[in-house]
Design a protein around this ligand. Structure first.
Ligand code: NAD
Length: 255
């Protein structure tokens, strides 16, 4: 098992991509802290299944992030594998975009990764080993209308990834982002009604003409495919992969 003795923290891991990554890391022996919102009984079941500890820190709140990082260090040990994955979406024309939604998306999808990273890097440097994996998006490379905050945050995380990769390059730490195209998760399912409204379309039209329109494979990426790539980045063989933005988007950004 490649992560025996390592501590992993995955933000936003009570659902979707984060949950799949958490499962993959736990299966390779990582001591795991999961994070995110959800039904307490379901979270407890997930913790039991993964042998994980859950921290409900709100990734929009730097003080809660700091408390979570300290708790992780105290209860499991300093973080060796940090996966910044928590994210939300809001779909709206820029002139109607609620400022509080803008602030929340920037805080959760971008600034939270700055806070976890700044708090995790010192111990990684000390150990001369670390893996930081940021869930970005095809929207870290290209834009779509009505997603101004999300696209800004994802372009931001791609730049942040490169910067920290350069700062930690001689410390045995790699920093990368994975950029999925459309993955079938609750995040995607939830944006269908707003997209129907914004574009005056039916559910089927949104699925085929919007979501999968730009994805040449014409199928959704799976959470397990992303988890397998995240796991590969944790391997010793991946130690020269740093500062990259790894697309897993069915050819979307090749166009
Ligand atoms: P999801 O809605 O299934 O999961 C999001 C997770 O983040 C949940 O665990 C949720 O509880 C958590 N979360 C939300 N707000 C939080 C907060 N304030 N504090 C702590 N946790 C919070 O979504 P997903 O599709 O699995 O998305 C995960 C990541 O993947 C996001 O960063 C998203 O932008 C990115 N992504 C998703 C897709 C896709 O098509 N689904 C594509 C590209 C990138």
């Amino acid at each position: 098992m490649i992560l025996e003795g390592k501590v992993a923290l995955v933000t936003g891991s009570t659902s979707g991509i984060g949950l799949a990554i958490a499962k993959a890391l736990a299966a390779e022996g990582a001591r795991l802290m999961i994070n995110g919102f959800g039904d307490p009984a379901e979270i407890e079941r997930e913790c039991a299944e993964l042998g994980a500890v859950h921290d409900g820190a709100d990734m929009a709140k730097p003080a809660e992030i700091e408390t979570m990082m300290k708790r992780c260090a105290d209860e499991l040990g300093p973080v060796d594998v940090l996966v910044n994955n928590a994210g939300i979406q809001h779909v709206s024309p820029v002139e109607d975009f609620p400022p509080e939604k803008w602030d929340a998306i920037i805080a959760i999808n971008l600034s939270s990764a700055f806070h976890t990273t700044r708090l995790a890097v010192p111990a990684m440097k000390q150990k001369q080993w670390g893996r930081i994996i940021n869930t970005a998006s095809a929207h870290s490379l290209v834009a779509s209308p009505f997603k101004s905050a999300y696209v800004a945050a994802k372009h931001g995380i791609a730049g942040f990834t490169k910067t920290v990769a350069l700062e930690t390059a001689t410390s045995g730490i790699t920093v990368n982002c994975i950029s999925p195209g459309y993955v079938w998760t609750p995040l995607v399912e939830k944006q269908i009604p707003d997209t129907m409204k914004a574009r005056n379309m039916t559910r089927e039209q949104v699925m085929n003409d919007v979501l999968l329109a730009g994805q040449p494979t014409k199928r959704f990426v799976t959470t397990e495919e992303i988890a397998a790539l995240a796991l590969f980045l944790c391997r010793e063989e991946a130690k020269s992969i740093t500062g990259t933005n790894l697309s897993m988007d069915g050819g979307w950004t090749a166009q």
